[in-house]
Design a protein around this ligand. Sequence first.
Ligand code: SF4
Ligand code: SF4
Length: 395
Amino acid sequence: VSEVPGQRGKHARPQGTWDHGFSTIKEFMVEWVSRDIELCIGCKRCMEACPVTKKHFGIGELNHATEVGTGVPESIKEFAWNCVQCGRCVPVCPAGARRDYMVLFIKHKLRGEAPRSYKRYLAIKGPFPGIPGKIGQTIYAMTQKRKHRGLARFMETLPREKTPLLFYPGCYVYVADVMKRTLRLLDHVGKPYAVLGGLTTCCGIPQLLHGEFELADRCLDALHEKIMPGDPSIIITACAECFEALLRIKAKFGEDFEVLTVAEYLLRHADRFPAVRVREKVTLHDSCRLARRYRKGNVAREVVARFAGLEEMERTRENTMCCYYWNHDLDPANHQHRVERTAEAGRKAQAMVCDCISCYDEYIKDDYGIEIIELLHLFEESLETGAGRKGGTTP
Ligand code: SF4
Ligand code: SF4
């Protein structure tokens, strides 16, 4: 990133500015994308690495459609909406261009004509959903609070007291099984913590991934305001998108809190969990964001090594395959990709472990004939197993 235009050095960045000194995502993206169009040598490697469905178009055509103020042909529109922002196109580029950002910029240009599935996904997310969205949020929160009474106090509430540890589930406060599991594990660790969760606390990354840059900026700023009364030293989350948002907030506002995945945090307290083998053999699905972008593949492997035998997938860590969450099933090939991924997992192990809540959420929607679990299951099972259940043995 050192050659990024506009970079003024980490220490020169004024508070409240976006990456590399830009004050908004849009400003940053315009600069970045313009630079990348210049850098591109048209080798097509990004498109060869890209796993989503696309019609034929040339790189020159794609670059032209990426420029500020140009039109976007139908074939490229369809490709842009199919793009899941997986980042497979980035490491293969010999010129150092970010094709993922370039396609994201096309989404931004097209946001007025976003597909219905995109609009539906964002309809009740975030602190600024508009009046119909606000009504939808209220009804959704009321229904969920009634359904999951034990979790109701964490839904759409703001921690007011200072807290050393903030657990930020954001929107996934409504994924009840994950929430209950995480709270149980945090209670078991026994350190004081507060929870910040709800649709109104949405982190802004879903908006960013839909090309809604201005909205993403506002959500990130609003989340920062909600975090700071707690003045936490550590913020944890199990969602890869929330993780990214927290890192962006930290950089943008020069905050000194530490951002960890929940699994990373639990590993720091691993002595609180019995060292038992709870599964004979599992395989790991690395997420694009945590494993490829933030190189967190070791965290998942450290967790698995404590509690299970690991059989690696063919494509792992930075070379992982996407769960295809972020085009909301617009691409008809998504399902087949997931069938192939889980079939490989099934040949190798009895369960596929996901390191990110979005991947987990995507894979549990269908029955792929293999058990899908998240990393935190393994911690939880270690508490339940002792030395007996599921044929558990001391590793
Ligand atoms: S981010 Fe993924 S889906 Fe989007 S263009 Fe790159 S490789 Fe293709
Ligand atoms: S891989 Fe890089 S240089 Fe090659 S076409 Fe894609 S963006 Fe251009």
